[in-house]
Structure formats: C-alpha cells, structure tokens
Design a protein around this ligand. Structure first.
Ligand code: BJW
Ligand code: ZN
Length: 254
C-alpha cells in the first residue's frame, strides 16, 4: 500500500484542515490483535452467548459474575497487546491541526497507550470498574486483584463500560457532537457504524460541511455518505498520512 491510496484532494485537505475529528471503532485495534465485535473471531460470542447478550444491561442485572468473567477474559488478552501503527500515527495528529478531537468507541485504552491525550471514550474503559449504585469508580491494574465491592457504599462493582440500552457517560456524546459540527475534516476508522449515537457523529460532521473520509477494509452503511473511502487496514493506511507535509501551524488537542 503506497501513499497513492490517499487522493491528492484528501492530501491537500489533510495539510490545510484546521479542525479535525477522528472517530475510531474496533477495527483500529484489529491489527494489535483485539478481536472486533462483528467481524467474527473470538470476541463475537462468549460461552455460546452472542456479545450483545453478554455485553448487555440486562445481563448485569441477571448474572454480573458472568459479565465480569467475560471482561476479565478480554482484559487478559489485552495485557499482552500493544498499540499498532494506526494508534501511534493518530497520537501525532494534535500537532497537525489547530484543533483535534479523537473520539473512540473502543474500551481497550490502546489510543492512550499510544500517547493520545483527552480521548473521548464514548463506551467507557475496560480498565475501570464502577459501582452499580453510586458514582464510585475503581481503576483496574494489570496483575492486581480487582475490587469486588464499592468502597463508598458496599454495593457490587461492575465493568465501567457502556452496554446496549445504557446511557453514554454524561457529556461525552454532546462534546463529541459539538466538535464534529465544528470540524472541517473527519475520519471514520474501523467501525461498522451500526451503533448509535456514535454512528451519527460522521453524519453531523458531514452535514456541517466537513470532508468525510472512511478507512476500513470493508464498505459500511456510511460509505456512500463519505467524500472518500479508503478500503484498507488502518495500520497500513493511517501511517501514510505521516508523510504529508503540514501547511498549518499546530496548537494542540481539545
Ligand atoms: C477494520 C480492520 C482494520 C476490521 N482496519 N478497519 C438509533 C437507532 C437505532 C438504535 C439506537 C439508536 N440510538 C440508540 C440505539 C440503541 C443502541 C444501538 O445503537 N443499537 C444498534 C445496534 C441498532 N445504542 C445504545 O444502546 C447506546 N446507548 C444509547 O443510545 O443510550 C440512550 C438510550 C438508552 C436506552 C434506550 C434508548 C436510548 C449504547 C451503545 C453501547 C455499545 N456498547 C458496545 C459494547 C461495549 C462493551 C464491550 O466492549 O463489550 O460497544 S457494543 C459494541 O459495538 C461496542 C463497540 O464500541 C460498538 C461499535 O462496534 P465497532 O467499533 O463499530 O466494531 P465492529 O466490530 O462492529 O466493526 C469493526 C469494523 O472494523 C468493521 O467495519 C471491519 O470491517 C473493520 N475492520 N479490521 C480498519 N485492520
Ligand atoms: Zn457505591
């Protein structure tokens, strides 16, 4: 895959854009070895349960130990995995734009491991637990037994992730939607764009005049809305942007 994968139009836009937003999904971590949700692999089902059954608010009510088992298993996989060239290149992008916002649906923390700051995590983080009753949160540290009960009220802790039918963290989507509406360049990377409200962010960006680019080996329901679709793996395509000579002065990430 050569730089030719990026059109001259997109190259110019990347060099000149002032407000950029990137929305990532499971596909950006696929080349690190994290299974996607809908692309098959180990993660699509857990002990015969489809992931949307085990990763559901109802299962937290019904069988929290099973939900923990599923998330403990996934954290176990993550312990040995590293950010890939897509995460590493995206971590450099705040230097390329006056404003840069990284929004992820992923719970794996790999963007932060790659050096990205202020990542908007729409669906929470697998390295955090929260109380089922109060606001208490507890970080989960690799190799250290996680807390089972809330230190504030004694209730049970659950994974601090957003399951189907649950609300997103307060303000997270609103912040992302505002930044999407202000962006002049928007990338959608490695998401099937099936899960809302995350999937509405590219639509918001496009409706506000942003140039919309999708990077994904497969077409998605969003592809026809995009100004440009690059059908390829994020870990090969995204680093190619690092070769584009900037034409704007940097200022940081919001
Ligand atoms: C590569 C690649 C490579 C492979 N390089 N790419 C409007 C309409 C209809 C329904 C709704 C709606 N608004 C809300 C809903 C309900 C629901 C929803 O969206 N349902 C749809 C499925 C229809 N949404 C919610 O419930 C959300 N909450 C909410 O809206 O609250 C308000 C509310 C509450 C109550 C009632 C009503 C409203 C919450 C959604 C939470 C999603 N949670 C999960 C699980 C997190 C925990 C866990 O980790 O287990 O989040 S589901 C799962 O899907 C996970 C992901 O973040 C999310 C998105 O998946 P993603 O990232 O797109 O992954 P995949 O696997 O689908 O796709 C991977 C892609 O990568 C593919 O395209 C590959 O081709 C590609 N790829 N290799 C680049 N190398
Ligand atoms: Zn509590």
């Amino acid at each position: 895959m050569k730089t030719a994968a990026i059109s001259s139009e997109l190259r110019a836009r990347f060099a000149q854009a002032s407000h950029a937003l990137v929305l990532t999904g499971a596909g950006v971590s696929a080349e690190s070895g994290v299974p996607t949700f809908r692309g098959g692999g180990n993660s699509a089902a857990w002990k015969g349960m489809p992931f949307d059954v085990i990763s559901s608010a109802e299962m937290v009510q019904r069988n929290l130990p099973a939900v923990w088992e599923w998330f403990d298993y996934r954290r176990g996989i993550l312990e040995s995995l590293k950010p890939n060239p897509a995460h590493l290149e995206i971590a450099q992008w705040p230097k390329r734009f006056r404003e840069f916002t990284l929004v992820t649906q992923n719970v794996d923390g790999l963007h932060q491991q790659a050096g990205s700051l202020n990542v908007v995590e729409l669906h929470g983080n697998i390295w955090s637990a929260r109380c089922v009753k109060c606001e208490f949160r507890s970080q989960i540290i690799s190799g250290v037994a996680r807390e089972d009960t809330c230190l504030e009220c004694g209730e049970r802790l659950r994974p601090d992730v957003v399951l189907f039918g649950e609300m997103l963290p307060p303000g997270a989507f609103e912040h992302a939607a505002l930044k999407a509406s202000q962006s002049d360049l928007c990338f959608v990377v490695g998401t099937s764009a099936l899960v809302y409200p995350a999937a509405s962010l590219p639509e918001i960006a496009k409706n506000s005049g942003a140039y919309l680019c999708e990077i994904n080996p497969e077409r998605t329901g969003l592809s026809s809305l995009c100004d440009e679709v690059i059908n390829g793996p994020a870990g090969e395509i995204i680093p190619l942007f690092g070769e584009i000579i900037p034409q704007t002065i940097s200022a940081g990430q919001t």
